[in-house]
Design a protein. Structure first.
Length: 152
């Protein structure tokens, strides 16, 4: 999901989050579908304690853009933490992001007047259940189509 393409947007977001505030913006793109859909309001907050765990949705800089994707793995053995991120609707991961490229954490999305929390244990469990169900459904569909050789 691309948050925005403008340098001004990136500067404002970094400034507000750096000062401890939260930002709200409209999502643009479907790489985080179904968690975040294009046009929905997204709220991002600073990462106060520096704690990032697999399953978090982070805002990060990538090639002059700000993206919101989910943490897949974290490599803390390097001198700088390296975070592997991927959009929920994408098959492959993004290029690894350094801790210095992380702007903030997506904490909520507003859908049809309702706020859905994306941070915390409950949100990560919802994601894992949805991902497991999706893999099972995909394997079942492949099997029914006669492609049961596909690894699932």
């Amino acid at each position: 999901m691309i948050a925005a393409q403008s340098d001004l947007f990136i500067d404002v977001v970094r400034s507000v989050l750096g000062a401890g505030g939260a930002v709200r913006f409209r999502a643009d793109g479907d790489s985080m579908r179904p968690t975040i859909r294009s046009g929905e309001l997204v709220t991002a907050a600073p990462i106060v304690d520096g704690r990032i765990v697999a399953g978090d949705v982070l805002l990060f800089r990538s090639a002059g853009r700000v993206l919101a994707h989910r943490v897949v793995t974290i490599d803390a053995t390097a001198s700088d933490r390296i975070v592997q991120l991927r959009g929920d609707a994408k098959r492959g991961c993004d290029a690894p992001a350094r801790a210095s490229e992380i702007v903030g954490r997506v904490v909520a999305v507003e859908r049809k007047g309702r706020t859905i929390r994306l941070d915390g244990l409950a949100a990560r469990l919802r994601y894992r259940l949805r991902a497991a169900a999706s893999r099972i459904w995909s394997c079942r569909t492949q099997w029914l189509r006669g492609r049961h050789q596909t690894l699932c």
